[in-house]
Design a protein around this ligand. Structure first.
Ligand code: ADP
Ligand code: ADP
Length: 219
């Protein structure tokens, strides 16, 4: 709602109004530097807005700490802890939340199975492929069952074949979890295949919002 962000003299996001429906798969698409990540990081609480408000459900989260927003974020760079095993990486948010050991172990197992990581739980990130690392970062993001999952170019470090496969996995995950997904990409094909709704950004501005066919299949 009237959300904007400037860095010094650079306007990363001009005042934007955007409503995301619960359970929706929203994809924000646009060229590099158009403000997609800034919008996502504002929602996540990793940046302070220059103006405007952020509501999640009915609650004003504009100044809430990231951990209190009921959401989780998947980064392009995966941002895994290199010294921790796969199981410890996935369980980390639960450990921070002071859950019991048995509960953490059970939940890690459950999420690892969902993402087909069951055989890799003892490995460290250095011993994983790019696709496996990405699945670990997704597992870590969903382990606390966030109501909103934010994904910042999650496939851009993967090769073409793996990108296709992971696209299908995101669609499957969305169907399974039923959580709201806000997904940032510069790839129009990813936007078309994944989105319920697409937000097209350019130069810090939201230019269009609509269903994939409305935006891209016009004659
Ligand atoms: P995108 O995710 O679409 O590539 P960003 O949201 O990362 O775009 O960036 C939007 C604009 O804001 C760019 O001009 C970028 O250089 C600028 N910007 C982003 N983060 C910062 C920062 N921490 N400091 C200064 N400028 C920034
Ligand atoms: P890019 O936007 O170029 O893909 P990244 O996704 O790697 O860059 O990271 C974006 C920003 O988020 C960086 O400033 C990084 O320091 C920060 N960041 C990365 N991982 C985490 C994390 N787990 N928690 C909080 N901030 C993170």
């Amino acid at each position: 709602m009237g959300l904007s962000k400037s860095f010094g003299g650079t306007v990363a996001l001009t005042p934007a109004d955007l409503t995301v429906d619960a359970g929706e798969f929203l994809v924000i698409v646009g060229p590099s530097g158009c403000g997609k990540s800034t919008l996502l990081r504002l929602v996540a609480g990793l940046e302070e807005p220059s103006a405007g408000r952020i509501l999640i459900g009915e609650r004003d989260m504009t100044h809430a700490a990231p951990a209190d927003r009921g959401l989780a974020m998947v980064f392009q760079s995966y941002a895994l802890y290199p010294h921790l095993t796969v199981a410890e990486n996935i369980g980390f948010p639960l450990r921070v939340a002071r859950r019991g050991k048995a509960e953490i172990a059970a939940r890690v197992r459950e999420v690892a199975d969902l993402l087909e990581l069951g055989d890799l739980l003892g490995r460290r990130p250095a011993a994983l492929s790019g696709g496996q690392r990405q699945r670990v970062s997704i597992a870590r993001a969903i382990v606390r069952e966030p109501s909103v999952l934010l994904l910042d170019e999650p496939l851009s470090n993967l090769d073409a074949e793996l990108r296709v496969r992971m696209r299908h996995e995101f669609a499957r995950l969305h169907a399974r979890l039923g959580s709201t997904m806000i997904y940032v990409t510069h790839d129009q094909l990813e936007a078309m295949t994944l989105a319920n709704r697409i937000v097209v950004m350019n130069a810090g501005r939201i230019e269009q919002v609509g269903a994939p066919l409305e935006l891209y299949d016009a004659p």
